[in-house]
Write a protein that binds this ligand. Structure first.
Ligand code: GN1
Ligand code: MG
Length: 369
């Protein structure tokens, strides 16, 4: 079914006037939809859920609905004392009251309220912006920290479990075509060597979880900088979006993902590796904003593993892009040949830069406590 037809199946007043594809996102198809009545206009986000990635879209929507309902209550309860208006997308019900609509091909679609007069950035450049990104993540984690993780379903088994990605990478390399891709590219062989050198490190967070030092909590799952919205008028953080990876996990996956995406001014899509690095001033500012909100619920052990999480998530994403390149681009959407290889080069270069700045980053984390 086309997007126009499905857009009319949600509880939004008025008539459809426009539907614009939004290219952001490596997984789902996303559109901005405009409905009008005589006196008003309603804009919302329409998304087709990628079933190759999300095998159980109903569970994804159940998680999203439960966590956003909880978060909206917390935002309202704290509104009077808050230094800003916090926003969070709302799941717009379909005509039949469900949180999604299914088209004739069996594809699942959802509608979400739009965070208006706010925007996100591909990368950030000023420490002020980094503080705000940290505040947004810390605030979101804080207001969902009292939601029982056990009430959420595991909608993406293995998500952010780095040893599992390593095992998948090894399995991909069993394939003749993948080995050919590796043999034909000196750059791919260089990345493979980089990965080999970090096999032991890959389980740093999962080992801590197993030892009982860390616990599963509800997490966002994908708080990269492009999912953090700043208010157009005040410049302050106002919302976090892209909530389909909300599930039980380690808050470290979120912190690591936010930091690796926020503190590399070149962004994820650059082709110039010489521009890729972990900017320590941005990191310091991000930590300042994050801990302002997150200190309230983080344990000593949580704090101890924050540095490792940044190094690990950059490594993990590099590994995921690299394995997908070798597998023939089956997971992440690509725009050009070698796109996933290039994305992998960027994340692994960032990982290297994080390793080189370990002592400075640890000091920033200590000083901001
Ligand atoms: C994917 O779809 P998008 O762009 O929000 C991926 C994340 C990666 C991100 C890298 C479900 O997110 O884990 O960090 O690309 N989402 C999933 O840009 O795999
Ligand atoms: Mg996402």
């Amino acid at each position: 079914m086309n997007a126009e037809k499905i857009a009319t199946r949600f509880q939004v007043p008025g008539r459809l006037v426009a539907l614009q594809p939004i290219s952001a996102g490596n997984v789902n198809d996303t559109y901005r939809v405009i409905f009008r009545t005589t006196f008003s206009e309603e804009q919302f986000i329409l998304q087709r859920i990628n079933k190759t990635v999300f095998k159980d879209p109903v569970a994804v929507m159940a998680n999203m609905k439960a966590v956003t309902d909880h978060a909206h209550c917390r935002i309202e309860a704290e509104a009077e004392d808050a230094d800003r208006i916090w926003q969070l997308p709302r799941v717009i019900p379909a005509d039949d009251g469900r949180d999604y609509a299914i088209d004739e091909q069996g594809e699942y679609w959802r509608a979400l309220s739009l965070i208006a007069s706010a925007r996100s950035y591909e990368s950030l450049n000023t420490p002020e912006h980094a503080v705000e990104a940290g505040v947004v993540l810390g605030h979101f984690q804080r207001i969902i920290s009292d939601f029982p993780a056990g009430d959420l379903q595991d909608t993406l088994p293995g998500f952010h479990i780095t040893p599992t990605y390593l095992a998948q990478y090894d399995a991909v390399l069993e394939n003749a075509e993948a080995r050919q891709r590796l043999d034909h590219s000196a750059e791919a062989r260089r990345l493979a060597k980089f990965v080999e050198g970090r096999r032991e490190f890959a389980s740093v967070l999962e080992d801590a979880l197993e030892r009982g030092e860390l616990q599963l909590r509800p997490i966002h799952g994908d708080p990269k900088i492009t999912n953090i919205m700043l208010d157009n008028f005040t410049g302050k953080g106002t919302s976090i979006v892209d909530l389909d990876t909300v599930k039980p996990g380690l808050i470290h996956y979120d912190f690591g993902d936010c930091a690796r995406s926020s503190c590399n001014p070149a962004g994820e899509e650059t082709t110039d590796l010489s521009e890729v690095f972990l900017d320590i001033d941005l990191f310091d500012a991000l930590v300042k904003g994050y801990l302002r909100e997150a200190k309230a619920f983080l344990t000593e052990a949580d704090l101890h593993y924050l540095f490792d999480s940044v190094r690990l998530i950059a490594f993990e994403l590099g590994l995921r892009f690299f394995a997908d390149y070798l597998a023939g681009d089956v997971y992440f959407k690509v725009n050009y040949d070698g796109h996933n290889l290039n994305r992998a080069r960027v994340q692994l270069a960032l990982c290297e830069s994080i390793e080189a700045r370990e002592s400075k980053m640890r000091r920033a984390l200590e000083d901001r406590r």
